[in-house]
Write a protein that binds this ligand. Sequence first.
Ligand code: CA
Length: 232
Amino acid sequence: MESKICILVVEDDKPIRNFITTSLEAQGFKYIETSKGKEAIVLSMSYNPDLIILDLGLPDIDGIEVIKKVREWSNTPIIIVSARENERQKIEALDKGADDYLTKPFGIGELLARVRVALRHKNSIENQNLNKDKFKVRDLVVDFNKRKVLINDEEIHLTPIEYKIMALFCKYPGKVLTHNFIISEIWGGQAGNETQSLRVFMANLRRKIEKDPAHPQYIYTEVGVGYRLIDE
Ligand code: CA
């Protein structure tokens, strides 16, 4: 089944692009590639790929512009590739609809892990109507009808905001949610003082759902970016 999955690779740095495409090919994925943003938009329309791996620094248009264009009509997962110094750009890309990111330099294991998560995320979105009553991962169950959160069948008592945050993560398992995104979804505003509030709510939520809040196994911190709920 994986052999039919088609991945669009957009990267102007040839050695990196070759590294990505060779790694994907070895895993049985099909790929199409380009070094230009405008061509990426055209290819994504004509091939409708299952996944897009997108460098942010492209020679013609910015990777962010590619995300905006693709998101006008497609939900296909987008993994951005960014240099370490482009932290702000990376966050903007996630806010504009990218799903995940790889920071250069990255290894093949990290690349393939991100690809697998993004493809699972795509499937879970497509199957959303099959499991909209409950979300389950490992020992964690969120029951949306009863507004209950259970760990090992034991109910965890969350405050209304903690529950709202938890339910938001369940909508996007495996996906990095930026501070901005969470704050606008929960409080409906811009990230300002709320970033600190969010940190406090996250600490409380973790104390309740994680066995060891210092080493969370359900919600990971993406340093300087946001948080990610595991999806398996
Ligand atoms: Ca580049």
